[in-house]
Design a protein around this ligand. Sequence first.
Ligand SMILES: Cc1cc2nc3c(=O)[nH]c(=O)nc-3n(C[C@H](O)[C@H](O)[C@H](O)COP(=O)(O)O)c2cc1C
Length: 162
Amino acid sequence: MQEVKDKFRESMSRLASGVTVVMTEVDGRPWGLTVSACCSLSMEPPLILVSLATKAASTQAIINFNRFSVSILAEDQVEVAKLGAKPGAPKFFEDFVETDDGFHYDVKDALANIHCRVEQIIPAGDHTIFIGYVENVLLGEEKSPLLYFGRQFGVFNTGLTG
Ligand SMILES: Cc1cc2nc3c(=O)[nH]c(=O)nc-3n(C[C@H](O)[C@H](O)[C@H](O)COP(=O)(O)O)c2cc1C
């Protein structure tokens, strides 16, 4: 079984993905976690899915706050992604956050910020799946996306400037 798990981990590193930061609130301050396990789930109603390690501080924070935002990162936002991926470190995001409607925090200059209310929470192995009801979307400038592949950040050449 260990061999299968190792190969499974390796296989997933070969799936290129976009990079998001899932923002929520901790102690009244913005807090973000870097997440690639994110996909749109439904348009009617508008639902989005993110999967977070259950032991991540963000998981309990989202359960407490009942709201989260998904910020889709642009190619020039590697530093933002690295902050949200630092194991065990506090992930307060004041330096990268722009607005707050009282319920949501937006990563400045992200490609999009998707505001969600928690609709459903599903335990799945060592992760927790959050299904969010999309309450609002703020579209940023159209720029090239930040990607993750082979445990490295990279870019997709869209011809758009980052
Ligand atoms: C590109 C990238 C994508 C990631 N995607 C996820 C993800 O989908 N879900 C998750 O729980 N962690 C994901 N992680 C790992 C977390 O960001 C990282 O483990 C974080 O440090 C955990 O925070 P914690 O130490 O507060 O638990 C990803 C990391 C990177 C660099």
